[in-house]
Design a protein around this ligand. Structure first.
Ligand SMILES: [Zn+2]
Length: 441
């Protein structure tokens, strides 16, 4: 008979302790199950309203839509609201505030102060229903957009999923290069001056090194560069410049967004292979056709050019810009350009991005087309079709709920009563029933 040793006696205790530890670990790892119900759900993929949906969420992802309710799940019953996928604003500046359009913030605000303003901005934008944002350059706040993105991802501050561009590439005397400044003063540049192709390539590498998700290129100048008679924008890049930028970005698996109003600068951007054109308020028919051919996306950012944005005093010139924008928007729709929802928020108050929906519908989109531009279409631009833009199994649990039916009346999309991002609730209507608390209430 084998003699029992001390080790043999301890074995069952050790095994039990290990089993308990394993069970505890499993319990800790088991994702939280939430069931969300509402009167309606807008399915932008099918293009219709679904009655009484049941969404089962496990952790940060959607597990099933319309399936059975698992036992022990936390229930959120939203009553007479309409569920919509979390919205995407594909052109934002969380580090920019409306007053910065008048006084360049590099003169008056530290980057630290601007980062704090950014924390407030992302919260407002999330609460307005925007669960993902492509933030297209920090406009002089350095890499504060990277910090903001990372802090949100770590749960330090609430905000949308951010894809950030850090600095934009520009040229001396071009867009975002301050003029009228005493040349003896050393003022920080809001964008990076890249006056040669080598400089562009080096800047892309620096931005990738410090955390850029996208590369932003100023392919044309800004409004002050536009010919007041012909409305011809200032081209800032050649076709070969754009090709070099796109190729270098592709090395790092990054895409390029080009600020481009129209003219030869926009044409070069499209031909050179950028993934999206920003603004484009005077794109000509040939360029629009080329965009369709090449699959180039377009973020018109109607909001920031409208007089309601409150930038400066509306005059004859800005009236002509808005007119041209509307005409181009309608031509782009007719041609079949992939139009994505983008606002340039920051140039007007954060959290009011959903005004863009009204302008899109005013200019001729159906409410469904406008909502698709901020969901399915935007997901395609960001190469995140499997993660965002739809309420479907496997996608992030990014859901909002609005009062009313936005397919009947687009204004309903502004009545946001509930916001969930990655399974966490950030906005909840008063009196909503549920069975367990959320850390963000
Ligand atoms: Zn912008």
């Amino acid at each position: 008979m084998k003699k029992l040793t001390i080790d043999d006696c301890r074995l069952p205790i050790v095994t039990a302790a290990a089993a308990l530890a394993a069970a505890l670990t499993l319990a800790a790892q088991a994702p939280k199950i939430i069931v969300v119900r509402a009167a309606r759900m807008l399915d932008p993929v099918a293009g219709r309203i679904v009655a009484t949906p049941t969404i089962v969420i496990a952790g940060d992802r959607i597990q099933s839509v319309g399936g059975p309710t698992p036992s022990g799940a936390t229930a959120i019953d939203l009553g007479d609201l309409t569920l919509v996928p979390g919205l995407v604003d594909a052109h934002t500046h969380n580090l920019l505030q409306p007053e910065d359009e008048i006084t360049p913030p590099v003169f008056t605000k530290s980057q630290a102060y601007r980062a704090i303003e950014g924390v407030a901005a992302v919260k407002k934008n999330l609460e307005a229903g925007f669960t993902t944002m492509r933030d297209l350059d920090s406009e002089g706040a350095g890499f504060a957009d990277v910090a903001l993105r990372d802090a949100i991802n770590k749960g330090v501050v609430p905000g949308p999923r951010l894809l950030v561009a850090t600095y934009a590439l520009t040229i001396t005397a071009g867009h975002m290069n301050l003029t009228g400044v005493n040349p003896d003063l050393n003022v920080p540049d809001p964008a990076t001056l890249t006056d040669s192709r080598d400089a562009m390539i080096a800047e892309i590498r620096r931005e990738v090194k410090y955390g850029a998700d996208w590369i932003k290129l100023y392919a044309t100048g800004t409004l002050r560069h536009v010919n007041q008679q012909t409305l011809e924008p200032l081209p800032q890049v050649s076709l070969d410049d754009v090709k070099a930028v796109v190729a270098e970005a592709a090395r790092w698996r990054k895409d390029v967004a080009a600020h481009a109003y129209g003219g030869i600068g926009a044409r070069n951007a499209v031909e050179g292979g950028v993934r999206s054109i920003e603004h484009g308020w005077i794109l000509d028919d040939d360029t629009l056709r080329l965009m369709v051919q090449k699959g180039t996306f377009w973020c018109p950012t109607l909001s920031v050019f409208r007089p309601e944005a409150g930038i400066g005093t509306p005059d004859e010139f800005s009236r002509r810009v808005v007119e041209s924008h509307k005409r181009t928007f309608q031509a782009g729709m007719k041609a079949g350009v992939k139009i994505v929802f983008g606002t340039d928020v920051g140039g007007f108050p954060h959290g009011t991005n959903n005004r863009e929906f009204s302008y899109m519908v005013e200019y001729g989109m159906t409410p469904l087309e406008a909502i698709r531009s901020a969901t399915t279409r935007a997901a395609e631009l960001l190469r995140m079709e499997k993660d965002i833009g739809a309420i479907a199994p496997g996608h992030y649990a990014d859901l909002i709920a609005v009062q009313g039916d936005p397919l009947q009346n687009i204004e309903a999309i502004k009545n946001v009563r509930f916001v969930m991002k990655g399974g966490e609730v950030y906005v909840r209507p008063a009196g909503t029933s549920r069975t367990s608390p959320s850390q963000h209430d």
